[in-house]
Design a protein around this ligand. Structure first.
Ligand SMILES: [Mn+2]
Length: 366
């Protein structure tokens, strides 16, 4: 006996997107709702029986009008049982849509910080869980004594694994191993954890379904597959939302930043949000406005950072009758005696640091 699940978390619907213009922020919030709809379509297409939403579905304890409508309609129409375990952002409160909205009967919300269960004997599974009732939460799984129900036993919960001091429901692997569950659907960490196992219990973080900043780069999605008693066959499925990416462009030996940038540009980045970091030795002009104009139509949004350092003949003052001259002569002797490139590049770095120290650090940018 096994059942097909989708496990998703950390949609953060209605995020403010402060770093974008008002218009783009509104557009991004609309796209978040569209991504939620495509996750629901994927459920239907895959014949998912249980949808596990492990918290921070909303960015705050409130939801906007469109989002409330979306939750009611999209979740209500699903041919699956839906389970929501509120997290630190969308914790249960009287203001929360989880309290105020009338969801259809297939939507089950863990409104208490006590672990409770919804059982479906006819369908062969039970889902356990607990929710945040505040923006922080003590350990919810600690001391939990499992009484397995017949069939597949699942749990859905928002929390911080292996972070004993976390204010966000700290969870240990030992508690997972002792939970008696077949699978625990976690939320809170925004990158996919892989499908993990502690004792006989499988568990995972799916990560957020779409990045919202440069600390959430790369491909994002949900977990889909089958879970049975003591076994699990789950995989990560990308949802195809916008991606945040960082791209480093080394300008060492390059004549012109614009052409170096054009050469380094990825293909098909038109939907994505990029931060481009220039590095290496470069003494040309880095006109960021001109760069922005040259490539802005290649991205949904792009920003730049100048991490280059000035190119210079580091030995130029080796003949000087100064402390700097003595320092340079000493290190040049070492440089000439060095056997490997690695040794030589270490010495060059030492020269740069030394010169920067002698010149109040103004010439060496990192
Ligand atoms: Mn969270």
């Amino acid at each position: 006996m096994s059942i097909k699940i989708m496990h998703a978390a950390d949609f953060h619907l209605d995020s403010p997107f402060d770093s974008l213009s008002d218009e783009k922020a509104r557009e991004r919030r609309r796209e978040q709702r569209e991504l939620f709809m495509s996750a629901a379509e994927l459920c239907e297409k895959e014949g998912v029986q249980a949808v596990l939403l492990s918290g921070d579905l909303l960015d705050s304890e409130r939801s906007g009008f469109e989002t409330s409508e979306l939750l009611l309609e999209v979740l209500g129409k699903l041919n699956a049982e839906v389970f929501i375990a509120p997290g630190n952002h969308d914790f249960i409160s009287p203001l929360s849509p989880y309290s105020a909205l009338r969801f259809s009967e297939n939507v089950h919300i863990f409104k208490s910080s006590e672990i409770t269960k919804f059982s479906f004997p006819g369908k062969g599974f039970t889902v356990w869980g607990a929710g945040f009732t505040n923006s922080t939460s003590p350990a919810l799984l600690s001391g939990f004594k499992p009484v397995r129900e017949e069939g597949v036993n699942l749990m859905v919960m928002h929390g911080d694994l292996n972070m004993p001091k976390s204010p966000y429901n700290p969870i240990t692997e030992a508690e997972i191993a002792a939970s008696g569950m077949d699978y625990i659907a976690l939320g809170h960490v925004h990158s996919f954890s892989g499908i993990c196992r502690a004792g006989d219990t499988f568990y995972a973080y799916p990560g957020c379904p779409e990045g919202r900043g440069f600390d959430e780069t790369g491909e994002k999605g949900v977990i889909i597959g089958n879970v049975g008693e003591g076994k699990c066959d789950l995989g990560f499925v990308p949802l195809g939302g916008r991606r945040y990416e960082k791209l480093c462009v080394d300008l060492t030996e390059k004549k012109d930043a614009v052409s170096a940038l054009l050469e380094a540009l990825p293909r098909d980045s038109g939907r994505d949000i990029y931060k481009i970091i220039f590095q290496g030795e470069y003494d040309g002009d880095l006109d960021l406005e001109r760069l922005q104009e040259a490539v802005s139509d290649r991205f949904y949004a792009v920003s730049f950072r100048d991490n280059t350092r000035i190119k210079r003949d580091i030995w130029a003052q080796a003949g000087d009758d100064t402390l700097r001259g003595i320092f340079l002569r000493l290190l040049r002797r070492k440089y000439e005696a060095a056997q490997t490139d690695e040794e030589r590049s270490k010495i060059v770095l030492a020269v740069r640091y030394g010169l920067a120290a002698l010149e109040n650090g103004e010439e060496y940018r990192t």
